[in-house]
Design a protein around this ligand. Structure first.
Ligand code: PCA
Length: 213
C-alpha cells in the first residue's frame, strides 16, 4: 500500500474553521487508487512549527506523493499553485504571534521552487468534473507559501511529487460579504479529482493556464 499525504491547516486570523482542514479530513483513509491510500493530517499555522511538523510527517509516512492545502482568502477556485518563493512577508501575525517581514524561508536557498505536480492536467480534470479550478501563479508570502517552499525543498530530487492547492472560503464564512466561496462537498470532490489526476498523470498536458499581468 502506498500513501499520499494530504495536509490542511488549522484555523488562523479570526476564523474558527479552516476549510482546507475541513475538506482534507474527509479524505483521510480514502482509497485514491487500488493500492494507494490518502492520509490527511493538520498543520499548525505558525512559521516556527509548520515545516517541522510537515517534515516529521514525511519521515514517518514515507509518502509517494504529497499535496498540502490551505485557505486562500478571496480565491474563487481550487487554485493549483505553480511556484513557491523564498520569501516570508506576513500581513498578519501567525498563530504564535510571529510576523516575519521580508525574511527568507531558507537562507541561501533558491529564489523559488516549482511544483512537481501536473498542474494543467489537474485543473483540466477538476473542471471536467464541473468544479472551478485554475492555475495560481503565487501562493502568497504567508505560512502556506513557506510550507510549500519547505515541502519542495525537502523532496527536491527525490522523485516524490509534491505541491500545494489553495481552497476558497466555505459559504458560511463569508455569508453577508461579497467574498467568493465553495461548498465543502464540492471542495472535497474537487480535491479528490485533483489528487487522482496528479497520481495518474506523469507527463503534464500542454494547455494555457497563464495570466496576463
Ligand atoms: N492559509 C494561509 C496559512 C494557512 C492557511 O490555510 C496562507 O495562505 O498562507
Amino acid at each position: 500500500m502506498q500513501t499520499v499525504l494530504l495536509t490542511g491547516f488549522e484555523p488562523f486570523d479570526k476564523d474558527l474553521v479552516n476549510p482546507s482542514w475541513e475538506a482534507v479530513r474527509q479524505l483521510d483513509g480514502a482509497q485514491l487508487a487500488p493500492d494507494v491510500q490518502i492520509v490527511a493530517r493538520r498543520l499548525p499555522c505558525a512559521f516556527a512549527t509548520a515545516g517541522e511538523c510537515l517534515n516529521r510527517l514525511i519521515d514517518e509516512l514515507r509518502p509517494a506523493m504529497v499535496i498540502a492545502t490551505g485557505l486562500g482568502p478571496g480565491r474563487s477556485t481550487l487554485s493549483i499553485e505553480r511556484v513557491a518563493i523564498n520569501v516570508n512577508d506576513a500581513r498578519i501575525p501567525d498563530n504564535l504571534g510571529e510576523q516575519p517581514v521580508d525574511t527568507a524561508v531558507i537562507a541561501d536557498g533558491p529564489a523559488a521552487y516549482f511544483t512537481t505536480l501536473p498542474i494543467k492536467a489537474m485543473v483540466k480534470a477538476v473542471r471536467e468534473a464541473g468544479i472551478a479550478a485554475s492555475v495560481s501563479q503565487t501562493a502568497g508570502t504567508f505560512v502556506c507559501n513557506q510550507v510549500f517552499y519547505l515541502l519542495q525543498h525537502a523532496l527536491a530530487g527525490s522523485g516524490v511529487r509534491s505541491g500545494f492547492i489553495h481552497v476558497p472560503f466555505l459559504p458560511e464564512q463569508v455569508a453577508g460579504s461579497q467574498q467568493p466561496s465553495m461548498a465543502l462537498g464540492m471542495m472535497v470532490a474537487g480535491l479528490q479529482v485533483a489528487l487522482l489526476a496528479a497520481w495518474q498523470t506523469l507527463v503534464d498536458v500542454k494547455e494555457a493556464g497563464g495570466q496576463v499581468g
